[in-house]
Design a protein around this ligand. Sequence first.
Ligand SMILES: C[S@@+](CC[C@H](N)C(=O)[O-])C[C@H]1O[C@@H](n2cnc3c(N)ncnc32)[C@H](O)[C@@H]1O
Length: 820
Amino acid sequence: MTDRDIRPHINYALVEDTRPPMYTAMKYWGKKPHNIWNRFIERYCPPNGTVLDPFAGSAIAAFEAVKINRKAIAFDLNPLTAFIIETLTSKFDEAAFIDAFGKIESIISKDPVYIQHYTREYKGQKGVVFNYRWLSGKVVELAVEIPSGKKTKTGTPQKGKRHFLNAADSDKKKAKEMKSLAIPYWYPADKFPDTPTITHKFIADAEGNGFQYLWTRRNLYLLSRIFDEILRQKNEDIRLQLLFGFIQTLHLTSKMVVPRHQTAKRDFSGSWGRADYLIRRRQMEQNPLVIFRRSCTDKQGVISALCDAKTSLPKKLKVFDFNKSKRIHPTANLTYGILDIADLSRYISDKSVDFIITDPPYAGLVPYLDLSLVWLVWLQKIDKKYLPDIQSEITIKKGQIGREEYRRRLQNAFKQLHRVLKDDGYIVITFHHKKLQEWNDFVHAVRLAGFKFDKVTHQYNRRSGESNVANPYGTSGADFYIRCVKHRDVDFSDDRSGLNHFIVQKAIEIIAQRNESTPYDSIIAWLIPEMLQAGYVQPKEYQDEILRVLSDNAGKGKIFKTWQNKDSKSGDYWWFMNPGQFINFPDRPLQDRLEEAVLSILRRKVSVKLDDILGELFQTYPNGLTPDPKGVKNVLEKYAYRSAGNWKIKDVTIKSITQHSEIIRQLISIGKRAGFSVFVGEREQPEVIQNGTTLRDMANLLTLAPLRKLYDPRQIERIEMIDVVWLSHQDNYIECIFEVENSTGFTSAIVRGSNIEKHTPKFMVVPKSREKELRSIRDPLFLTSFRENNWQYTTYENIGRLEGYSSPSIDEVLRGSKSL
Ligand SMILES: C[S@@+](CC[C@H](N)C(=O)[O-])C[C@H]1O[C@@H](n2cnc3c(N)ncnc32)[C@H](O)[C@@H]1O
């Protein structure tokens, strides 16, 4: 057995790290978390082995592979991938770059067009126009900075005084006049391609059919002049690096830019909001020189990226351009190229790749090549290799590439991957799409190729992946990491009834595991990867299928009941008609478990980072039970406060824990004096009350083993989670129970209590401040259980009073209690 075989699999979600500068400088849609990919590569590819990413995009897999001594092959149909790799692995001389940039900056800042349009007087001072705001085709405002005159060491001017002005007549006049500006420099004059991504409306809004109309005339002038200056650079590395900064400038100075937040009216920067070609009513025309400077010298600019690449990539990296000789160089560390995956196995030998990690296109969610044309049309002037083969993209385009064709291409892609992967090699594919139909196509393609689903993990993304760029849906910003192995020994059943059975059984499992009424979206988020893993999901079925199957099993006399979810938009609540039939071993509901886990981490670690908490929780609660980081944050905000980037437990939380233990102490003392034998819950036993005394020291009983004749072992396990149990003097039956609910939900008490005979008195002890909350519960399920199981509630004050009684009793407790 190799080392690779014995190391534990990655079967749980990992926590995403902050992206280093080499991955932030270039815009690309669907960038993946580098540290997580690194972990997968490290685990599933042996040292010196070969990792392939055939849909490489911004090439994160390749860079992460070479960082840890693996060979990488990075292909993409998009020539931009080659450009990114060439730039980030080019020789970087920071001083020479700053010098070259400075020269261009100086030339542009003296250009008469620049001076006329992007400098301006404000209250007698000379200012730089950072941007013009347009509303419905008219300049209405502008942002002006009065320079401080000071520069940082990279040549970036230090921030000056910033002002927002209403556009004056002179500004409006300039905006009109610029339309007839002559441009003596080269710029791309190509017409827009015939693609549904570029609509007639867009062409009308841009006021012309051609890439030149993506920019206002003055911006086109300045961009073409900057480009012209870059092309004059003799040093090829510096030229490439300047082009990298230029590429970032292109989209950020186009008409597609919107102010960063609709509300941040006064913000000095804008963005290319969504992955589409769209000119909005409210636009921001940004100063090309300012943006070029930011793209070169800012924190997320070329200098930072190249310095980072220089330090984090191995020193002697052999990088090989596949397109030069159409072969994989055996000794290269990184082979990159522009390649349609359909041709992959023509160039990569069968069974030669150790590991594949890839993020395929998800139907037509992001039109990668169409969007990249904003950059590629300029790069084509330097090298024809930047002309993309748009026809071969794996996507769906209305009127051009239909679903059948998309399926065919996707299936062929996975077949290619199957061929080149070594026997028993692993492939990890990230995938997410709201529509089940997309899952079907995807799963079918993977299955047909002969891969076996090995494990699916659910991974929350911290920032936009392809899925949440274009489609902010239910299980937001989450990807599935689908790990498959090459050999095929799974029975991919096509039996419809088998599928139905599977859906119902899995839905039962998830609701029972969560042990709380579960929103439909949560069932789906868990069910789909399970179906994948089992090799299910039929291509002809649509997303209604799961709902149909589940609905067939809901209603009177059936398995499930549903009701409207008024708390969130994640679909109706699903629960059991007869919970006892499925919840044999009631545990606490997911939310309570989550709260408890977070609290326990906070208490253990004193000061802790969110990432560390998530890391621990993701391991404890895999897949459908993986907590949404937002939920975790809510819990943290409840119990902790933030200090220097860490979370620390609040004083009130500590007080509340102390109070909880104090009430339990009182209940032990009262119970003993009332002549009972007292048991304290397993979780509460280690709590310290005073002078090192624990609740364990006070209780008569630390296990409920004496009740073995009355309850089965699993029931005993659950009853041992109850806060306080008063038992008959001989320890042979339960007289009454208490659950002290200081802050967590009330439901779990009910669930635990349901293990005990209905007639046994059960008390929920709450602080006075929670009485209203408890009384306002309307959930019929909760109320019925409460009443039918002989529950009452009482307050801390009442228990405190009882402590003073010389001979307390259950009747005394009852006297101070109320029903719901
Ligand atoms: C989801 S993106 C990958 C993004 C990448 N994970 C990253 O971190 O940047 C999918 C990629 O598939 C590429 N692609 C689409 N059709 C292709 C084909 N036929 N052959 C190779 N690559 C293709 C697109 O250009 C795009 O870069």
